[in-house]
Design a protein around this ligand. Structure first.
Ligand SMILES: [Zn+2]
Length: 337
């Protein structure tokens, strides 16, 4: 058993060699999340279409008493964006007692879950980036966003205060080079870059970012999408917790198939996001197909450092995974990225 992933040791994770679990989805070097607070109008009018154009997903931290555009948020949720909590009334959480805090945590989550169909609220952003009782907050949310301005490591020190970079006129990131330098830094530390935004252009909200700069930055990230895993705040948080908790055991192996089990002790109703796994393609195999239970998983052959890997995404505790020897594909080029 080895406890190594991409060169760092993760407590709890037990992965049988030669398997590896990706620090980030598809073994990309960095994760990037774009988060927007306070229901500023242009988030839905300008932001969501800009992200949709490139297939990227963002997180909208909504303050439920501030007249959210629920139909607009529902449409965004239907398209894979995260609708999350920014409390009910936007209080400074450190200045109210536990009972009032609990009412804000629980209430906002309940309202979002009742208004937005087919979606779950998992995360919160603290109003003014000020945490209250973090332990209490963790009863309701898998992760909470602060804004101390730095790019997080591959596992944040405190899931109930994940740091973000403040964007816009009140922050440190307003221009294309500033946006790009943050995500580039994330690739150097194999980290998680979370951006905090409010207003876009002239919608009257706090700390506007220019749509032109944000759009140019997103196009840079898209052009370099082999380096950047863009995902919602909640999905990245769930991925990290699963990746750090997962056990991968080999059940059996013969010349035609390898059977593995992927397990963790997390709550399956929340932690059901697929994690990326790979191992070198066994000698003498031209290709492989991968199934979990009865479901065929997306898998691909990937060449890295002259090693050919079979790589796939599977959900912990969702059934036995069978990696089966398969015929050579017609054009190998089409499956090597
Ligand atoms: Zn706010």
């Amino acid at each position: 058993m080895a406890c190594l992933t991409m060169g760092h040791i993760v407590l709890g994770q037990k992965v049988a060699v030669p398997f590896e679990v990706g620090t980030w989805k598809s073994f990309k070097p960095a994760a990037v999340s774009y988060t927007f607070d306070d229901n500023c109008t242009n988030q839905l009018a300008v932001g969501v279409p800009m992200f949709d154009k490139l297939g990227f997903k963002l997180t909208l931290f909504t303050t439920t008493a501030w007249a959210p555009n629920w139909a607009g948020l529902q449409a965004a949720a239907n398209n894979g964006h995260e609708i999350a909590s920014h409390t009910i009334t936007h209080p400074s959480l450190d200045s109210i007692d536990d009972a009032k805090q609990a009412a804000e945590y629980e209430g906002a989550k309940k309202i979002i879950n009742s208004k937005i169909v087919g979606h779950s609220c998992y995360t919160i952003a603290y109003p003014f980036c000020i945490p209250g009782n973090r332990k209490l907050c963790s009863n309701y949310y898998v992760a909470a966003r602060g804004c101390n301005g730095y790019v997080e490591a591959s596992t944040p020190a405190d899931f109930m205060n994940v740091q973000a970079v403040i964007c816009g006129t009140e922050g440190e990131v307003t221009t294309l080079p500033q946006f790009n330098s943050k995500v580039d830094w994330a690739t150097k530390i194999k980290g998680w870059c979370v951006f905090m935004m409010h207003s876009i252009d002239n919608d009257g909200g706090y700390s506007p970012v220019k749509a032109t700069e944000l759009n140019a930055h997103l196009e840079y990230v898209y052009a370099n999408r082999d380096k950047f895993w863009v995902e919602t705040f909640g999905n990245v948080a769930r991925y990290i917790k699963e990746r750090d908790a997962v056990s991968l055991a080999v059940i059996s192996t013969d010349s035609k198939k390898i059977v593995i089990q992927l397990t963790d002790s997390l709550d399956n109703s929340i932690y059901n996001y697929p994690v990326s796994i790979r191992r070198p393609l066994p000698e003498g195999w031209a290709n492989a197909s991968v199934k979990q239970g009865k479901v065929k998983l997306n898998s691909q052959l990937v060449m890295q450092n002259s090693i050919q890997y079979i790589q796939f995404d599977a959900v912990p505790n969702a059934g036995t995974v069978v990696i089966a020897k398969a015929k050579k594909v017609k054009s190998l080029d089409s499956v090597i990225k």
